[in-house]
Design a protein around this ligand. Structure first.
Ligand code: ADP
Length: 505
């Protein structure tokens, strides 16, 4: 029998990727394409759903063709995606009725405040946390779906008449890849919508009514590892089963083989996401983290605690694309290494408000400590440090909530390629920071979930053997400078909070 392979479709916030993996979890071939970001107003972030689809279908075909494989050599496809981003489309024509509203988008900040007030007045302040494990923030999907229904002409009536479908990016892609046959999502994506009951694992009528989202638009919710459908015959690689779905952070936790409760990983992508597996119990955070489903395989659901920071590696893109003081991300690393510190510069990248543990949609980015001698190397260093400072805050909350002191931190994601960032993170945390051989853990996790469903991998033990250490960063001596820097950073964050007036949000 010729050897078979797994294909992972990894639809990220800034790029679409596809990777072919072998049985050892090694990359055989990959393709990647950035796609345009749209910022129609301050605080708004959109993608064209057709850009998501065309970039994703192009790289998928490209990766398979680079690997020189016919579709019968692909055992199955796993899908992973940017979470919370929503798309609403016409069931018949398949045309989106509005751009995708991206997870970073803040346009519904006021709606969230109003709804929280309504809940407080009804004596139900804790309803959202209790039912969903989340906090009432524009980050999540529900208010974005309602916004589209309320702002596109006729959309609400059409949704109620069953003419429109909605979904997160996994749902959109599966619908497109199966030629409009399959409308599903998985528990990890569903549990980020504010509409999904974490305990009962179903769309929750009380939440649907609170957010005013018609049930009939929503996809069927499935586990993370089963055959949902097959790639449409006219697409390359047609006929292959789609057998795994997980939101990017959940897939990365799986790809990092964090199979035991207490194991954690931090992904440095567009944002930073620290997730700790908590086993079959969902732990409620006392420190403003989220409770989320890690994955569901068969009938077993496992949970995770999550700290979400909205702007991580995206701050480097901002230096590149908006300030234009670097041309590439690696130039940022190089420049940052030409100075020994940030020269007293502190950057708070609250471009989309602040996520965990502050949850302040009214915060905005800030820069403190600029002097006449501040140069672009200092900016690069301060930007990288801001990513590490935010991750430090998440880790401290996680340790308090779980009562577990992490011995080391497993890392992945695009910005984990940055040596100065990883070294600074290790110095700041005073822990080893460990990168696996394969830092494409998001794609790998999706491949693993699909592979388990079709017997490509037989068990988690087999997967565990694939995890190999790549780089290890050891902490330097913790100096007074580091502690003073942390205190300054925390002051800077405080000052960036509540920057907008409510009516500006
Ligand atoms: P996503 O899946 O969210 O699109 P990725 O994991 O692909 O994100 O990571 C992309 C992010 O990593 C970008 O925001 C980019 O600025 C950042 N990045 C990539 N390489 C480096 C580097 N060498 N140094 C710092 N940041 C980097």
């Amino acid at each position: 029998m010729p050897e078979t392979y797994m294909l992972a479709i990894d639809q990220g916030t800034t790029s679409s990727r596809a990777i072919v993996f072998d049985h050892r979890g090694r990359t055989v071939a990959s393709a990647q394409k950035e796609f345009p970001q749209h910022y129609p107003k301050p605080g708004w972030v959109e993608h064209d759903p057709m850009d998501i689809w065309s970039s994703q279908s192009t790289v998928t075909a490209e990766a398979v063709s680079k690997a020189n494989l016919d579709s019968d050599r692909i055992a199955a496809v796993g899908i992973t995606n940017q979470r919370e981003t929503v798309i609403v489309w016409d069931k018949k024509s398949g045309k989106p009725i509005y751009n995708a509203i991206v997870w970073q988008d803040r346009r519904t900040a006021r709606t969230c405040k109003r709804l929280q007030k309504q809940l407080d007045e009804a004596g139900k302040s804790d309803l959202i946390r209790q039912k969903t494990g989340l906090t009432l923030d524009p980050y999540f999907s529900a208010t974005k779906i309602a916004w589209i229904l309320d702002n596109v002409d006729g959309a609400r009536q059409r949704a109620e008449a069953g003419e429109l479908l909605c979904g997160t990016v996994d749902t959109w892609l599966i619908w497109k890849f199966t030629g409009g046959k399959v409308h599903v999502t998985d528990v990890t994506n569903a549990c980020r919508t504010l509409l999904f009951n974490l305990k009962d694992e179903c769309w929750d009528d009380e939440l649907l009514s609170l957010f005013d989202v018609p049930h009939q638009m929503l996809p069927e919710v499935k586990s993370c590892s089963e055959v949902y459908g097959h790639i449409s015959a006219n697409l390359y690689p047609g006929g292959v089963p789609i057998a795994g779905i997980a939101g990017d952070q959940h897939a990365a936790l799986f790809g990092q083989a964090c199979f035991e409760p207490g194991m954690a990983k931090n992904t440095y992508g567009t944002g930073c996401f620290l997730l700790m597996q908590t086993g079959t119990e969902s732990i409620r955070s006392e420190n403003n983290l989220l409770s989320t489903i890690a994955w569901k395989i068969g009938d077993t659901t496992e949970y995770a605690l999550e700290g979400s920071v909205f702007i991580g590696g995206a701050v480097i893109q901002w230096l590149r694309d908006e300030l234009r003081i670097i041309q590439t991300a690696s130039e940022c690393d190089h420049l940052a290494e030409t100075v020994s510190d940030s020269g007293g510069l502190y950057l708070v990248p609250a471009f989309a408000g602040l996520g965990a543990p502050h949850w302040d949609p009214l915060a905005r980015g800030a820069c403190f400590g600029i002097t006449r001698g501040t140069n672009r190397a200092h900016f690069c260093r301060a930007a990288l440090e801001s990513i590490a400072f935010q991750s430090y805050d998440l880790m401290k909350c996680m340790e308090k909530d779980s009562g577990i002191t992490l011995k080391e931190l497993r890392v992945d994601g695009g910005a984990s390629k940055s040596r100065p960032l990883m070294q600074f993170q290790s110095d700041l945390l005073q822990r080893d920071v460990v990168q696996p051989q394969c830092i494409e853990t998001t794609a790998l996790g999706a491949a693993y979930l699909a592979g388990l469903a079709v017997g490509f991998w037989k068990s988690r033990e087999e997967i565990l053997e694939n995890w190999e250490e790549g780089k290890r960063y050891k902490p330097g001596q913790e100096g007074d400078d580091m502690r003073a820097g942390l205190a300054k950073w925390q002051r800077a964050v405080k000052r960036s909070k509540d920057w907008l007036d409510e009516d500006e949000s």
